[in-house]
Design a binder for this molecule. Sequence first.
Ligand code: BES
Ligand code: MN
Ligand code: ZN
Length: 508
Amino acid sequence: MSEQASLSFASRTAPADGVVVVFAEEGRKLSPAAQDLDKKSKGLLSKAANITGFKGKKDQIVDLLAPQGLKFSKIILVGLGKASAYRGEDWLNLGGTVRGLLSGKEAPTAHIFVEAADGKVEPRDVASFALGAELRGYNFKKYKTKSRKNTGEGAESSERTLKKIVIHAADPNAAARAFQPENAIANGVALARDLVNEPANVLGPAEFASRAKALTKLGVRVEVLGPSALRKLGMNALLAVGQGSVRPSHVVVMQWKGAGAKGGAPIAIVGKGVTFDTGGISLKPAAGMEEMKGDMAGAACVVGLMQELAARKAKVNAVGIIGLVENMPSGAAQRPGDVVTAMSGQTIEVLNTDAEGRMVLADCLWYVQNRFKPKAVVNLATLTGAVMVALGKEHAGLFSNNDELSARLIEAGDATGEKLWRLPLGPKYDKMIDSKVADMKNTGGKWGGSISAAQFLQRFIKDGTPWAHLDIAGTAMSSVDSEINRSWGSGFGVRLLDRLISEHYERH
Ligand code: BES
Ligand code: MN
Ligand code: ZN
């Protein structure tokens, strides 16, 4: 989809041409490859470093265009700071930073020598670097017709995009091996981003379901439940949200049985998939409504994750379930004041048709617990604007009935940079959604909107099921630029849950 430059690993042999990236550490300690280039260029690199005051500090950069006597289009010297202090996430981000320096303008091929001053970098760190480069290279240009045809002003010439990245490492085979699972992650994140970026006219519930169906070819068992199956199951809360749309609602169940029968009960991942959220009869204001094409980011994460687990043949039993609906106002839409009976048998008074995500999740959560008796349930949803008021765009909100699961998720968040912040649940908050006419209402009043939304979900979690809800409204869409992401849809959650699963739910 994103027409990425190809990525390969090679030994430390010197390339003939292209753009070359080398590193130096603090105190201007050049890596072996940098020293080599300095010699070959008769000291040009050191001279340029002198002139620009380059010390090898983190993110300091020296550019050398068309160095005399060499065939390279450009040499880029990048400061590492202190490589011995790097953690996994630092190599990932560095890969993103370096990829950001490569436009392809000077040459279609880039050679990156991933070496610290002592010439060494662990293969898994080289793989993290490569993942960072892949993630940064993602670009959603499906609907850009000009750059493809190479016509008109500002159009990118086809010769002037980066075609090939070669990562040179001390042990290229070990690096390539370490990159295999990371490549699955890169593809999973790219899929999640593609789905979030896709406009809602193209991606409705049925179209989303058929994208998920494509995981079949990786060995994932995919079932698509249409409206009549959902009616039979009694998923009336989910169906009520979709009833105003001409596009029928769907639920998709994806099973990956990588741990086999011995692996026991699966971990369940549940995603909100509102392919467009107008608010329904409780219509949203016009300004910014276009962003609501991203209201399926939870579901996108689940599909990206399931693809990733299957592609790297993760030894885990995992089930992904997504509720796909379009929330539209129409003569058939649900009204404020309606009462619906959810699959669990509990009744919901619909005070605000814009609080629709929790109704979709209520039935998906109930269904997945009934059918699979999962050992843990994690759901992801762009559930509330209020979570952005609380946490901005740096952390997703975490709500859970289980301290161990919470701690594991927070740790996975710190390790991947997809950070979580736990917010409270409790009986006093739960009372906020008591209703006069039904078992509960779908909004909890003015304050603590993210918490009352989470309390609503918890009413559909059975006693004893470890459960966590991630409110990703601030982190999954309309994303802030980072070293590893320039896409509107960030793919938030794929790397986080991959980490959670590989650390705690996989048989090794
Ligand atoms: N999809 C929205 C939440 C959202 C807002 C996600 C902004 C991303 C960016 C959700 O369905 C919604 O409308 N929530 C309401 C709940 C309210 C009506 C109780 C909200 O947050 O205002
Ligand atoms: Mn809404
Ligand atoms: Zn919504």
